[in-house]
Design a protein around this ligand. Sequence first.
Ligand SMILES: Cc1cc2nc3c(=O)[nH]c(=O)nc-3n(C[C@H](O)[C@H](O)[C@H](O)COP(=O)(O)OP(=O)(O)OC[C@H]3O[C@@H](n4cnc5c(N)ncnc54)[C@H](O)[C@@H]3O)c2cc1C
Length: 218
Amino acid sequence: MTAIRTESRVAEPVTPTAYRVAAKRRETSDSWTLDLEPAAGDGLPAFLPGQFSMLYVFGSGEVPISVSGLTGGRGKLIHTVRAVGAVTRAICDSEPGDQLGVRGPFGNSWPLAEAEGGDVVVVTGGIGLAPLRPLIERLVADRDRYGAVCLLYGARSPADMLYPSELRTGERPGSRWRPRSIPHPRPGAAGSALSPSSFHRLRSRANGRPRSSAVPKS
Ligand SMILES: Cc1cc2nc3c(=O)[nH]c(=O)nc-3n(C[C@H](O)[C@H](O)[C@H](O)COP(=O)(O)OP(=O)(O)OC[C@H]3O[C@@H](n4cnc5c(N)ncnc54)[C@H](O)[C@@H]3O)c2cc1C
């Protein structure tokens, strides 16, 4: 049986730290967001936007999952998981009060400091919005540090878009945040849903017109 550390002061890369599911929200038909808190002690060091943890489900296994929200420091974690296989299904089946093992933080963070003073275009699709959500939260929090900020987010259907209530929140009077769904490409169609030329078209539209999908400057 694997030992789960319930107290941690120093991050140890090979030993999981026990976290409790504090809350669970359904995002789409197959994706859930879990708020995790340390089962005991301080938990792991703060994760930066773009970093990921190794989430371990007792009896199922361990998979890499990115942080999908800012928690304001050490301890708590937010993860959005799409159930595609054995371990991700087990994570999505966990309920408040259940325990998971967590290792991390792993990986690099988004180069936010290098982007300061410039325009930022965030392009993603489906579950790919999850690792970018902390980045977007940081861009919104520090909005004055950046030029135009644009999110291009594709999903198979509006029902497959993550964080629908947050995207809807942007649709307020005076806001320049206008989510649009891009139709799913025809089955068997060649090429990507967002070709380089259509990306550049959308990017210049986003920079030039107020009706683009842009994070509002408050
Ligand atoms: C750095 C990093 C960050 C990530 N962040 C996230 C995140 O934030 N959220 C998230 O949801 N995912 C994330 N992922 C992806 C996630 O780690 C994988 O979806 C996960 O590892 C899948 O593990 P699983 O055991 O659930 O699925 P697996 O069992 O490994 O299955 C994976 C795929 O194989 C298919 N498959 C499984 N068994 C079979 C079979 N017998 N025959 C044919 N096909 C099969 C499944 O349908 C699925 O498509 C991230 C991955 C990386 C590398």
